[in-house]
Write a protein that binds this ligand. Structure first.
Ligand SMILES: O=C(CO)[C@@H](O)[C@H](O)COP(=O)(O)O
Length: 226
């Protein structure tokens, strides 16, 4: 799956930017990644609930809301109620991640847990039983256009093993620095969903960029798994 990140889109034209990556299954974006930043958990400020509500009305693409905020325990359910398909919170910010997952699901969305590049996965494996998605950050959260951190692929491989051996049922998602040079390594590591901001919205034709990334990832995953 490919999830273009609107962090790299034109915020004055978000409806059009969503339409630019929309399309039938297998062609358009699978999810639209929405980066919510509060200038506290990360040193950047983006958008909040009213924009998510407006986006929900403007596009049919499932919204993949990534909350880079303090106190997600308080805010996560609001994003589910606003119509997000996935609501992802940071394990480093959540006071009670099991309860948040339960509340997000009760409000009708899928629950995602995100993990920064320096945070190990091991302490959270049991918590992840309550989640639908693991979002492995491959840059320090806060800004688009950063370089991919290859060391995080070990965590993607670990998550893939946990899924393949039946310990967890999760979509393994990766976010940060994903482009034509890095997507194959992530696909070989077992990632299911690739967030791409500048590689999609920095391209002349965002729709074509989505298709090209998906094809590259699918071919790499096919080669890696035989
Ligand atoms: O969450 C973030 C950054 O914190 C990402 O979603 C970025 O928006 C990805 O942008 P690129 O690295 O693909 O340009």
């Amino acid at each position: 799956m490919i999830a273009p990140s609107i962090l790299s889109a034109d915020f004055a034209r978000l409806g059009e930017e969503a339409a630019a990556v929309a399309g039938p299954p297998g062609e358009g974006a699978d999810w639209l990644h929405v980066d919510v930043m509060d200038a506290h958990f990360v040193p950047n400020l983006t958008l909040g609930l009213p924009v998510v509500q407006s986006l929900r009305a403007a596009t049919d693409i499932p919204l993949d809301c990534h909350l880079m905020i303090e106190d997600p325990d308080r805010w996560a359910v609001g994003y589910a109620e606003a119509g997000a398909h996935n609501v992802t919170v940071h394990v480093e910010a959540a006071a009670d991640p099991v309860r948040i997952a339960r509340d997000i699901r009760a409000a009708g969305a899928k629950a995602g847990l995100s993990i920064k590049p320096g945070t190990p996965l091991d302490p959270y494996v049991e918590v992840l039983r309550h989640y639908d998605t693991l979002l492995v950050m491959s840059v320090e959260p806060g800004f688009g256009g950063q370089s991919f951190i290859p060391d995080v692929l070990d965590k993607a491989r670990q998550a893939r093993r946990l899924v393949d051996t039946g310990h967890l049922t999760l979509v393994v998602e990766i976010d940060g620095g994903i482009n034509a040079d890095t997507i194959e390594a992530a696909a070989e590591a077992g990632v299911d969903c690739f967030v791409a901001g500048s590689a999609v919205y920095g391209a002349e034709d965002p729709g074509r960029a989505v298709r090209a990334l998906r094809e590259q990832a699918a071919n790499a995953a096919h080669r890696a798994r035989g």
